[in-house]
Design a protein around this ligand. Structure first.
Ligand code: GDP
Ligand code: MG
Length: 328
């Protein structure tokens, strides 16, 4: 028996991406994360766009167009690579806030490869050196590929010197001399990145090319406001899940979030007298998100009691928390 309402069939799309990509993937499938680090304007977005093959990141002659971390997703039948641009590492920190910096640092630690990109058409700058130090501090065991970009701008007689100067910036596994603009050297870089990817699942549908990281930032912002305004016992009992995040065509962001607490008493505190507290949390978080996204934001908050949510591993994972791997 059917209890569904049948709606008139949707008009067919011109191109079915599902027929281009094989949506199944087997046990030899690989996946991983590449963190791309480089000072503004060295060509990070241009490189990701070239690899993904579509314009997903804004490329601009003005520095720092990409203010938020952005994900570029490269998918083939046997591999999926997530390219993350980490503006938190090189953008002015007061603007982006602690969350963005923490986020950027975490993405270095979690990466399978760190790509440090520099503009080889000029000698290294203070910004490059600062980033090299940051990478050194945070890389752990993660391999570093040094990508010397914009080689198309370098006169042949200057090439050796500029390459040598820039290579000396950081201890690294392999150097790639490329032009993200013309494509020179990019496929060799991509082949080497692929070789570093571990076995792993396909995280995103094959036709998805990018994801802005606003979901994560929205959840963290709401949590931050709760921590700011509630008693000490509350923060650790709280988790925020973004149920839906829609960037509408008119540029408005619609966010609906659930705040999980463990007890009714905690729910009462977060809602506050006459809903005052939740209003305050919502309005402060909304304002901050509007500044970050440079968009109009609608934020819908609900509070749910979920006893022992912290011992629910599936929920923890869904909320982006890491669960202890082993107990021994
Ligand atoms: P990002 O800030 O590191 O993401 O840099 P973008 O990708 O936005 O690039 C900054 C500027 O450098 C843009 O004007 C690009 O067109 C230009 N650019 C990027 N890669 C190359 C390259 O390989 N050669 C040349 N000549 N220009 C490039
Ligand atoms: Mg960029």
């Amino acid at each position: 028996m059917s209890e569904q309402n049948h709606t008139p069939s949707e008009p067919q799309r011109g191109i079915e991406l599902d027929s281009v990509f094989d949506d199944s993937w087997g046990e030899n499938h690989k996946s991983g994360v590449v963190a791309i680090v480089g000072r503004p304007n060295v060509g990070k977005s241009t490189l990701v766009n070239r690899i993904i093959g579509e314009k997903i990141a804004i490329v601009s002659p003005k520095p720092q167009t990409t203010r938020k971390r952005q994900l570029g997703i490269y998918t083939q039948h046997d591999i999926q690579i997530l390219f993350i641009d980490t503006p938190g590492l090189h953008a002015p920190q007061h603007k982006l806030g602690e969350i963005m910096v923490k986020d950027a640092e975490a993405s270095l630690k979690d990466a399978d490869v760190i790509v440090m990109m520099v503009d080889v058409s000029t000698p290294p700058e203070a910004g490059d050196k600062h980033l090299a130090e940051t990478i050194e501090r945070l890389r752990g065991d993660t391999p570093v590929f040094l990508v010397l970009n914009k080689i198309d701008l370098v006169a042949p007689e200057k090439r050796d010197l500029l390459v040598a100067e820039n290579r000396a910036l950081i201890a690294h596994e392999k150097t790639f001399v490329v032009s993200a603009m013309t494509g020179e050297g990019v496929s060799e870089l991509l082949d080497n990145i692929k070789a570093k990817m571990p076995l792993g699942p396909r995280y995103y549908p094959a036709d998805q090319l990018s994801e802005s990281n606003f979901r994560f930032i929205a959840a963290e912002t709401v949590r931050e406001k709760i921590m700011l305004h509630t008693e000490q016992e509350i923060p650790h009992a709280v988790a925020v899940e973004i149920e839906s995040y829609q960037e509408r065509q008119d540029g408005t962001h619609y966010i609906s979030a659930v705040i999980y607490v463990e007890r009714d008493s905690q729910k009462g505190i977060i809602i506050g007298k006459g809903g005052e507290m939740i209003k305050r949390i919502g309005s402060e978080a909304r304002k901050e998100l509007e500044t970050l996204t440079e968009a109009r934001v609608f934020l819908d908050l609900r509070v749910k009691v979920l006893k022992n949510w912290r011992s629910d591993e599936k929920l923890m994972a869904r909320l982006g928390y890491r669960t202890p791997k082993d107990d021994d």
